[in-house]
Design a protein around this ligand. Sequence first.
Ligand code: UD1
Ligand code: MG
Length: 458
Amino acid sequence: MADPASTNAVILAAGMGTRMMSAMPKVMHPVAGRPMVRHVMAMLEQAGAETIITVVGPGMDEVVHETRPHPAAVQTERLGTAHAVLAAKDLIAAAPADTLLVLFGDTPLIRPETISRMLARRASPDAPGVVVLGFEPEDPGAYGRLITGPGGNLEKIVEAKDASADELAVGLCNSGVMAIDGKKVLDWLGRIGDANAKKEFYLTDIIETAIRDGAHAAVVMGDADEVLGVNSRTDLAAAEAAMQDRLRAHAMAGGATLTDPGSVFFSWDTVLGRDVSVGPNVVFGAGVTVGDDVTIRAFCHIEGAAIGPGAIVGPFARLRPGTVLERNVHIGNFVEVKASVMGEGAKANHLTYIGDSEVGAGANMGAGTITCNYDGHFKSKTVIGRGAFIGSNTALVAPVTIGDGAIIGAGSAIVKDVAADALAVTRAKQAEVQGWAKRFNTKRGAEKAAAKARKEDT
Ligand code: UD1
Ligand code: MG
């Protein structure tokens, strides 16, 4: 057997996750911005699984949608983990494979290398019929216990509710992940009954069933933090923290400097180039790519943005979806950019909003520049030419085009296109009255002194 490519998988996700206290199915809750079930699925794809079937509860259309194009099966009654796998019976039979992996949709931290180790164990000369991912939690609590024989072979899994005192004393636990002989799995599952404390069809009974059929079972060890299952919002926060630590380590291993790693939050898909420097308190939402030699200063929020090499962003900048910063762009403090392309070397260093815009290479947006892109009904576009200079406190009322090299005087409200190399100013002409301030101050000062003297007289 053991073509490692011939692996299918079933993800069990029929539980609503009542302890999450949520209207959303548990496995849809995001970790690092991606639903848990997607993490499991992507990990399985990386480990080489082909057909990946998700078992959902009735009405869990969001989960079915999320796991497409992979197929889903509905378990109409929740009668246990073996029963749940059998809900996918037809799909399993339709795509025969050497190994069927079974995992839970609420354990988003399992690594592909761990699954590969399980598959390698399946492929080893003694070819165990079932390989179980075991772990040693600090508190074995309600986990199923892995009962091994003298040779280290797995003899059975006992659920905590059905365990004797001796069995409860065993520290080796069932993570829930199994790699099962794909040719035998449906036969073995069909033989499992529900004579136990919970009156459920336990997947864990497959060990004794396989052994009765002449096969044997083995354990591969995993880390306790990898098999962390999410049952509550507290668990979700723990999974998020563990995933963030992983993403931070990955960023640093790839050549990024994080001044204060614990305060930087990544999305599962954040891509950083080399020699990127990220200051404290930076949050990356989904869909961010950062080129080489970029500096992201403290307190930035970045989402759906492509940042070109050499750019400087922040502190306190917000890049929203559709932002493209080409090489060496500078975005400074309290600047927001949305659905806009900033050409090479363009700058917006202070207090600016750039939305639905194209900013030419080398253009300079003065402090307080606002692209007025929304009239309450429609969004319109602003185009700023190469090398244009927008004076401070300018409102560019879209749709509007500023030509290459044009200069806009500070404080202008620009409502018409401006030609290349022109100056446009819309503020009122400055008037000056010689000596006026001095006369005013002298007169008012005298009035104030007289008023004070009258008050003291009374
Ligand atoms: C299960 C294992 C236990 C293991 C533990 C690890 C069994 C019998 N027990 O126990 O040995 O230590 O996981 O966390 O397998 N599900 C369905 N349909 C069902 C029942 C469950 O889809 O009818 C799904 C749940 O949504 C969940 C997963 O299967 O994702 C596990 O079910 P759960 O009830 O949490 O099993 P545990 O009692 O935790
Ligand atoms: Mg559980």
